[in-house]
Design a protein around this ligand. Structure first.
Ligand code: S3P
Length: 456
């Protein structure tokens, strides 16, 4: 695969696709598996490990492109990060030990990498520039730049400071009390990271609780974090101590296998060691409301994060109206949720999910177009979709574009399993940003996926 790509001249990124062979009737996904490490927790373990004192050891780090960009950014700022037998060893330099990078920090496709880094860099006494790929350079950065600017940060970006590349002249900041107005863990975390290196107490309030991995990990490293409802505070200049971290499996990656198993008759799948932080389990609640019998077992706490094994089998799903309060807890799972809805009985309604417009693609548009092409009945709204399910299966027999979005690509692959005819999903390279071994893992469960190349 790689060889073939390198044979070609020019920039062929986004050129690979996947041909999906539909599952036979009664062919389910059967087995025991694990999914790679949680992406959000992996980014944060590198960031905090880098600015703590002493060594941080990370087991199960997600070796997806997004996280490796964060690793490379910290290497470029003088942090020693070594991989030994699959375990990452980060030699922390302390909050004042990073050095000015002599190159542009390219965060690739990663909004988390860019936004969290921008928060941290705003308070570092040096100049830096962060950029990203075609998708990331269209995503809104004003939501972090505005509050950071109120703390005294000096950040310039394209389009009046709304788009990357961003140029950051770090300096001492003032603590802030900020109301984010949007449930975004990236915005919250960017401000909290700026607050770490800022004397005084920095406070963030959000309209609904977004994923709280930053707060949990800050506490684990020894920062003083206090939560009161939807408000969280951090005290500046803590003494952060290197930790040993075991990254749980990413529920956002498990989601594709959970829905695939639910949709294919004869499935019986056990996914071990999945992170089930309540700020991330909205999809499980939605699928439960649709009639899925998901069983969680072996529930435990690992390094401050809840973890469990999840068992799932085929179910006849019923359409639902998605309660708006669940949306932040399922935000990354809507592409695959839409697939479940398109093969359920009856109607599913999602509204109030406008944040989906700002992900790696406009996920409302991408899924409306993709699922419609496969033969689903979908009405696109301004901030959601209405889907009339077709439990008998979709037509397929077409090519569909993932819009270079990893989660859209994997979701459309799962939809392809329940099509009458084979489908090709185009521009799937970015699956490697979050789930590099998605194709072989599916293969182990009897799913036939093969790479296809677009003719030029
Ligand atoms: C993330 C936060 C979410 C999520 C993203 C990861 C994080 O983004 O969609 O995949 O690790 O903080 P928003 O903060 O934009 O909601």
């Amino acid at each position: 695969m790689t060889e073939h790509r390198e044979d070609k001249a020019g920039d062929f990124s986004g050129d690979m696709g996947l041909a999906v062979v539909p599952m036979a009737v009664d062919q389910g996904l059967v087995g025991v598996m694990r999914v790679p490490g949680d992406k959000s927790i992996s980014h944060r373990s590198i960031i905090l490990g880098a600015v703590a004192e002493g060594e941080t050891v990370v087991h199960g780090l997600l070796e997806g492109e997004d996280v490796l960009r964060t690793r490379d950014a910290f290497r470029a700022m003088g942090v020693e990060i070594e991989r030994r037998e699959g375990v990452y060893h980060i030699q922390g330099v302390g909050l004042d030990g990073l050095s000015e990078p002599d190159r542009v920090l390219d965060m690739g496709n990663s909004g988390t990498g860019m936004r969290l880094l921008t928060g941290l860099l705003a308070s570092q006494p040096f100049f830096s520039v962060v950029t990203g790929d075609d998708s990331l350079r269209t995503r809104p950065m004003g939501r972090v730049i505005k509050p950071l600017t109120r703390m005294g940060a000096v950040i310039m970006g394209r389009d009046g400071g709304r788009l990357a590349p961003l140029a950051i002249q770090g300096r001492d900041l003032l603590p802030l009390e900020h109301d984010t107005g949007v449930a975004s863990a990236q915005v919250k975390s960017a401000i909290l990271l700026a607050g770490l290196n800022t004397a005084g107490i920095t406070q963030v309030t959000e309209p609904a609780l977004s994923r709280d991995h930053t707060e949990r990990m800050f506490t684990g490293f020894g920062a003083r974090v206090h939560r009161d409802g939807l408000t969280v505070t951090v005290e500046g200049w803590p003494s952060l101590q290197g930790q040993t971290i075991r990254v749980p499996g990413d529920i956002s990656s498990a989601a594709f296998f959970i829905v695939a198993a639910l949709l294919c008759r004869g499935s019986d799948l056990l996914i071990e060691g999945v992170g089930v932080n309540p700020t991330r389990t909205g999809l499980l609640d939605l699928l439960g409301a649709m009639g899925a019998g998901l069983r969680l077992s072996n529930e435990r706490l690992e390094g401050g994060e809840p973890v469990a094994d999840i068992r799932v089998g085929f179910a006849e799903l019923q359409g639902i109206e998605v309660p708006p309060e669940v949306i932040p807890r399922a935000i990354d799972e809507f592409p695959i949720f839409f697939v479940a809805a398109s093969l359920a009985h009856g109607k599913t309604v999602v509204a109030g999910a406008g944040e989906l417009l700002h992900k790696e693609s406009d996920r409302i548009r991408a899924m409306a177009v993709g699922l419609s092409r496969l033969g689903a009945q979908v009405e696109e709204g301004a901030d959601g979709l209405i889907i009339h399910g077709r439990p008998e299966g979709l037509a397929g027999g077409v090519e569909v574009d993932s819009m270079t979005d990893h989660r859209v690509a994997m979701s459309l692959v799962v939809a392809g399993l329940r099509c009458q005819k084979g489908v090709k999903i185009l521009r799937t390279d970015n699956i490697a940003t979050s789930f590099p071994d998605f194709v072989p893992r599916m293969g182990e469960l009897g799913v036939s996926l093969s790479p296809v190349w677009r003719d030029r």
